[in-house]
Design a binder for this molecule. Structure first.
Ligand SMILES: *Cc1c(COP(=O)(O)O)cnc(C)c1O
Length: 220
């Protein structure tokens, strides 16, 4: 007998939660990455009790979640993709955590949006630990200056760091570097680890792991 998609999602989620619990105590928060998923997949994931979701794009996130927000008050939405300054206000209105602050101009735009809307999403700085030219994120070298600059905006409080290690490299050294940078700056929140390495990230001290395909199955 084959599983229904709902049963498959629920089983995969239970298995991942169990792995996270055996990797770290307390285990990291599981952020279900729902980019490109169908409405049926979102409904199936919500039916498991999952409430924390990650999205890459503001517009897609609005389409997925704006209406559901009305009926699911404990929904928690994380922005995990790059953010343009001109979308900062939309992002502040929708998300509970923005994980991808990576430049002074965006810090200024977020500070303005927070002042205007009165909403205060939690904020992480994305660090380009592999120093890949095409990848978003501040370099480890430029992180102190960005944190300094962000602190000068009233109402902008950075609570942690996020990274996406280079594809094809062992992730461990990148997780270790991110944890070390967070400690050096007194930051408590660490978003790292995806489908292939969430248990490893948990052992390196992740407080949030971002998991898409291992939870939902291959993206549509
Ligand atoms: C898509 C995405 C993920 C999830 O990736 P999977 O490999 O499907 O788990 C995590 N983090 C970011 C920033 C992403 O864009």
């Amino acid at each position: 007998m084959t599983d229904t998609p709902e049963a498959g999602i629920s089983k995969r989620r239970d298995a991942i939660l169990a792995e996270l619990a055996s990797a770290a105590s307390p285990p990291p928060v599981l952020v279900a990455v729902s980019k490109t998923q169908t409405d049926a997949a979102l409904a199936a994931m919500l039916a498991t009790g999952q409430r924390v979701f990650g999205e890459n794009r503001v517009q897609e996130a609005q389409a997925h979640w704006t209406a559901r927000r009305e009926t699911i008050p404990d929904l928690e939405l994380h922005l995990i993709g790059p953010l343009q300054s001109n979308k900062a206000e939309d992002a502040v209105r929708l998300f509970d955590m923005i994980q991808t602050l990576d430049r002074p101009k965006l810090a200024a735009a977020l500070a303005a949006a927070i002042a205007k809307t009165g909403r205060r999403p939690r904020l992480l700085v994305q660090v380009n630990t592999g120093e890949e030219p095409q990848k978003a994120g501040v370099t480890p070298r430029d992180l102190p200056a960005l944190l300094d600059q962000a602190r000068r905006h009233p109402g902008l409080e950075i609570e942690g760091l996020m990274c996406i290690p280079p594809v094809g490299e062992p992730a461990g050294p990148h997780f270790a570097l991110l944890a070390k940078l967070a400690r050096a700056h007194g930051l408590a929140t660490l978003s790292m680890g995806m489908s292939g390495d969430y248990a490893l990230a948990a052992r390196f001290g992740a407080t949030h792991v971002r998991v898409g395909t291992a939870l939902f199955g291959e993206r549509a």
